[in-house]
Design a protein. Structure first.
Length: 201
C-alpha cells in the first residue's frame, strides 16, 4: 500500500510543492531580512511617535503609504515565489470572533501607545526609550496569550470559524486575475493619497 499525499497542510507536503525545511540557512535569512525590514521601517520614518500618532489622528499618512507599498511588493513577490515553487504558503484560518476581538485589543493598544510590535522595536533601536515600556507590555501580553491559548482554542477560535479564506476564493476570482487587478487598485490608492492629501498646502 502507498500513502497518499496530505493536502491539508498538516502532514506530508502536497504533491509538486517543496517540503518545509528548518535549517541554519533559513534562520540566517530570517535574521537578514528582519534587519533589512527594520532598516527600511526606520528610513521610512514609521518609528517616530509623531508620525504614528499623526496616522491615528489622520494628519500624517506616512504609515499608510509604507504599509500599502509593502502589501503590493509582498503580494506580488510571495505569489511569484509560490508559482516558481520556491516557497510554501501558510494561510491562516479566518475566525471572525478571534479576528474582531484581536483587532480591537490591538487597536486599543496601538491607540494608547502609538506603537505596534514592529514600529516599537524600531523606535527603541533608534533611541526612543518610551518604546521600552511598550515592548515589555507586548511581551507580557504574549505570555498571557500563550497561557490562555488552550481556553481560546476551545472558545473564541470557534466563533465564526470559516477555514482558510482568501480574497480570490471569497470573490470567486482566479488569483492570476485578482492579483494584478488588486495591485493596480492599491497603486492608484497610493497615488490618490499623494496627490489629493499630501500635496495639499
Amino acid at each position: 500500500m502507498t500513502r497518499e499525499h496530505d493536502t491539508t497542510g498538516k502532514g506530508s507536503p502536497s504533491p509538486g510543492r517543496p517540503p518545509l525545511k528548518s535549517s541554519g540557512a533559513q534562520l540566517a535569512l530570517g535574521l537578514l531580512f528582519g534587519i533589512i525590514f527594520g532598516f527600511l521601517l526606520q528610513k521610512g520614518g514609521v518609528g517616530k511617535y509623531e508620525v504614528l500618532i499623526g496616522m491615528l489622528l489622520l494628519e500624517d499618512f506616512t504609515v499608510l503609504k509604507v504599509m500599502l507599498s509593502a502589501v503590493v511588493v509582498g503580494m506580488i513577490g510571495i505569489h511569484a515565489l509560490y508559482a516558481a515553487r520556491l516557497v510554501k504558503r501558510h494561510i491562516k484560518p479566518t475566525r471572525y470572533g478571534a479576528n474582531i476581538l484581536g483587532g480591537l485589543v490591538f487597536g486599543v493598544g496601538f491607540g494608547l501607545a502609538a506603537y505596534c510590535p514592529g514600529t516599537g522595536a524600531v523606535a527603541l533601536g533608534q533611541g526612543n526609550f518610551d518604546a521600552a515600556a511598550v515592548l515589555v507590555g507586548m511581551m507580557a501580553g504574549s505570555y498571557a496569550f500563550a497561557e490562555a491559548s488552550g481556553w481560546i482554542a476551545g472558545t473564541v477560535d470557534r466563533w465564526g470559524a470559516r477555514g482558510r479564506l482568501t480574497l480570490p476564493k471569497l470573490l470567486g476570482v482566479r488569483p492570476a486575475v485578482f492579483l494584478p487587478a488588486f495591485a493596480v487598485v492599491l497603486v492608484l490608492l497610493l497615488a490618490a493619497i499623494h496627490w489629493f492629501i499630501d500635496a495639499q498646502p
